[in-house]
Design a protein around this ligand. Structure first.
Ligand SMILES: Cc1cc2nc3c(=O)[nH]c(=O)nc-3n(C[C@H](O)[C@H](O)[C@H](O)COP(=O)(O)O)c2cc1C
Length: 233
């Protein structure tokens, strides 16, 4: 095999900017957590984060990496609020809420609530003070479990336990979440976002918890596409 077509960027050539550009270009697509928190005055903050995923299922846990502000090195409002209150809500970013979600990433001063400035409608949460964004079909109330400082101090990983899922019945039939109806958007490298695009179907080869979608259970509703998908052959 010919190795000539690859560019190798070794750790010695990796300043922070290059590392950022490469990692956000290579780890794609990323789901976007639109996170709500409250400050000590009760003001609601909202901002998007795509260095985000689920990291545990028993109990369910999510993790988000929040960086220091480039240049000033200041702590972002979301990070400060999570550390102070121990709580946050992850609202799933979708095609329907993308514009407002994106605008909420602007650097608003800490005393300005993005919720008020942008007129984002919210609903009360059950367990945490931070409200849920009513434009999102899935909202997950989280309690902070661990704070992990990473590398040279720019990044901190916040791991939270999901203490309540709120699921719009348009996307949840009481059993599973319909990924297609959810219409999630993903972050790519640079300023790019993507929708779901083409969906491929393959039965799962190892039995997941509950068994849905498993190759040994072809009658499972999860093995039937909700809209035409590419032929698995
Ligand atoms: C789609 C998207 C994803 C983002 N992901 C992250 C991320 O994972 N980590 C991060 O620190 N900042 C991320 N940002 C930047 C923050 O949203 C931005 O710094 C924001 O001003 C933080 O707001 P806050 O100070 O109210 O917390 C992202 C921005 C956008 C638009």
């Amino acid at each position: 095999m010919n190795d000539d077509r690859y560019t190798c960027v070794d750790r010695d050539a990796l300043d922070t900017e290059t590392a950022y550009r490469l990692i956000v270009g290579c780890v794609v697509p990323r789901p976007v957590a639109w996170i709500t928190t409250v400050d000590e005055q009760g003001r609601v903050n909202a901002a998007p984060f795509s260095s985000f995923n689920y990291v545990a299922t028993s109990p369910p846990m999510l993790a988000v990496n929040i960086a220091r502000r480039p240049g000033s090195g200041g702590v972002k409002d979301t990070a400060r609020n999570i550390e102070r209150s121990g709580e946050f809500v992850v609202n799933v970013a979708t095609e329907h809420n993308m514009e407002l979600m994106h605008r909420s990433a602007a650097e608003f001063p800490p005393e300005v609530s993005e919720i008020e400035a942008l007129g984002i409608p919210v609903l009360a949460s059950r367990h945490v003070r931070a409200p849920r964004i009513a434009l999102s079909p899935v909202q997950m109330e989280c309690r902070l479990d661990q704070v992990v400082r990473l590398g040279r101090g720019i990044n901190t990983l916040y791991i939270g336990e999901v203490v309540a899922f709120h699921l719009d019945r348009e996307v949840y039939d009481g059993h599973r979440v319909d990924s297609v109806a959810l219409r999630p958007i993903a972050r790519l490298g640079g300023p790019l976002y993507a929708g779901l695009g083409e969906i491929f179907h393959r039965p799962m080869l190892q039995k997941p918890p509950g068994g849905e979608g498993w190759a040994g259970d072809p009658a499972s509703p999860a093995t039937k596409p909700t809209k035409p998908m590419k032929d698995p052959s």
